[in-house]
Ligand binder design. Structure first.
Ligand code: NAI
Length: 336
């Protein structure tokens, strides 16, 4: 059966890694019909529309998207389209598996890491409620609700239970933000009570950050509100090879958008140097979501082989190959 999927190449290195994903997914033999939509900083600037209606309409139709990065201006300019898309489609769970992959060398080569981060994706300080009260005095409002905290906690525990994981760690700063993070923790504890077979513990975000670096192997599922989740998931990405290689998914009750964690990398855009691994691993998550388990497994194995062999890797992971050379090696592996 053909799967209809929205493809959002994005901008910067987005179109380069999206093209690689298209080629590699075609080589898996899975019948995917792409509905391609443009979401880029240029289009947003030209139209003034921060989230073009055709992008939303396409995902509402296909229910599944594969997305490259989109540039967001810093300190001013339009709102982040990523945040806008997540809110519009209520993609409340940002899921990032952090797993060591053979052939990707890191400072933690001697420990096999396998954790999954569940980050709340719709509220917290990303509500965009910022005000200049008087000149040079800004407030930025952090919103934490029972509804959003409970549903991300449920997503984490449900995943943990289904995938036979052992432990869920909620990460917070409730010693300082007693009300906001206190509510987040209360919701996590309530959900934890329904899953007595999973160990539940809590860590303050600063301590959690240190422990992620000193003893990362102790972590299994991490459950965080939006801002800590954003920061901690990049930190964790660094443990297993960096932003160019880790996948991500934004999942709600009705729609799912799979995307690379990295940004549009303006420093290397258009040079043929981008590593498509992050989007390819996100594609593996997408194949699993589409119940194409066999293709997901074959793609994972092909990636591991190309990394183990090591002669077609891009420069961010220590190689000298271009995006095209890496992609071609992977396609050969899948077809061979
Ligand atoms: P970035 O992730 O684009 O780049 C950080 C560093 O990692 C750069 O040196 C870049 O060359 C390298 N890098 C990133 N992805 C790579 C890949 N696939 N292969 C090889 N090297 C890679 O982060 P930065 O510079 O902070 O952000 C650039 C723009 O991207 C900003 O406008 C930001 O808002 C946007 N962004 C968009 C995201 C999205 O659409 N989901 C996520 C993060 C940032």
């Amino acid at each position: 059966m053909a799967h209809l999927v929205t493809l959002i190449p994005g901008d910067g290195i987005g179109p380069e890694v999206a093209l690689a994903a298209e080629k590699v997914l075609a080589a898996t033999g899975v019948d995917i019909q792409w509905e391609r939509v443009e979401l880029s900083a240029d289009r947003i600037r030209a139209t003034g529309e921060s989230l073009p209606a055709d992008v939303v309409a396409s995902i509402e139709k296909t229910k599944v998207g594969l997305k490259g990065p989109v540039t967001t201006p810093i300190a001013g300019g339009f709102q982040s389209v990523n945040v806008a898309l997540r809110k519009k489609l209520d993609l409340y769970a940002n899921i990032r598996p952090i797993k060591s992959m053979p052939g990707i060398h890191t400072r933690f080569d001697d420990v096999a890491l396998d954790m999954v981060i569940f980050r709340e994706n719709t509220e917290d300080l990303y509500s965009g409620l910022e005000h200049e009260i008087v000149t040079d005095v800004i407030t930025s409002i952090k919103v934490i609700t029972r509804t959003a905290s409970t549903r991300i906690a449920r997503a984490a525990f449900r995943f943990g239970s289904r995938h036979l994981r052992k432990k869920v760690t909620a990460i917070h700063k409730a010693n300082i933000m007693k009300l906001a993070d206190g509510l987040f923790l209360r919701c996590c504890r309530e959900v934890a009570a329904d899953y007595p077979h999973l160990v539940y513990n809590e860590l303050i975000v600063d301590n959690a950050s240190m422990q992620l670096v000193t003893r990362p192997e102790q972590f299994d599922i991490l459950l965080l509100p939006n801002l800590y989740g954003d920061i901690v998931s990049d930190l964790a990405a660094g443990l297993v090879g960096g932003l160019g290689v880790v996948p991500g998914a934004n999942i709600g009750d009705n729609y799912a958008v799979f995307e690379s964690v990295h940004g549009s990398a303006p420093d290397i855009a258009g040079k043929g140097l981008a590593n498509p691994t992050a989007l390819l691993r996100s594609s593996i998550m997408m194949l699993e979501h589409l119940k194409e388990m066999d293709a997901a497994k074959r793609l994972q194995q092909a990636l591991e082989t190309v990394y183990r062999e090591g002669d077609n890797l891009t420069s961010d992971v220590g190689g000298t190959a271009t995006t095209d050379q890496f992609t071609a090696a992977l396609v050969r592996q899948l077809k061979g």
